[in-house]
Write a protein that binds this ligand. Structure first.
Ligand code: ZN
Length: 139
């Protein structure tokens, strides 16, 4: 079982995700969003931050299907897709994840031939695995 590894900077991301919300860290001074979460703003060096709620919508910016050799926990779940999603409200923020057939479905539940660059996706949270996932807006 693959479980998220959290740290103090990223803990709010996981807390909001568990509530079904996709939020990104942003600078409380200049407003610039950033990902992954970190203590200091790379634009103005402020240490004040806030968490912006997003619509959870994005587009597939890139994707792959990893092939063996894979680490054992990943090999058990192969084949599956890995996508890079560009967020609708913050196009410079890109998150790595997986597109599944429906919320809570296993990693390999969506055939790779259904995935296209630019496809609209929506954030969902899988309570069973404790992981954020993506589903196609138009399956
Ligand atoms: Zn800033």
């Amino acid at each position: 079982m693959l479980t998220p590894v959290t740290d103090p900077d990223g803990a709010p991301f996981w807390r909001y995700a568990a509530q079904g919300e996709l939020r990104v860290q942003a600078c409380a001074d200049c407003g610039e969003p950033r990902f992954p979460p970190r203590p200091c703003c790379p634009h103005c060096q402020s240490f004040d931050s806030e968490w912006l709620r997003t619509s959870g919508q994005g587009r597939v910016w890139s994707w792959v299907v990893p092939h063996p050799p894979l680490l054992p926990d990943y090999a058990e779940q192969s084949p599956y897709n890995v996508v890079v999603v560009e967020l609708a409200e913050h196009p410079r923020i890109r998150l790595v994840g997986n597109v599944v057939a429906e919320p809570g479905a296993p990693l390999g539940s969506l055939s790779p031939d259904r995935i296209r660059i630019g496809a609209r996706v929506r954030f969902v949270y899988d309570e069973r695995s404790g992981l954020p996932q993506w589903v196609l807006e138009r399956p």
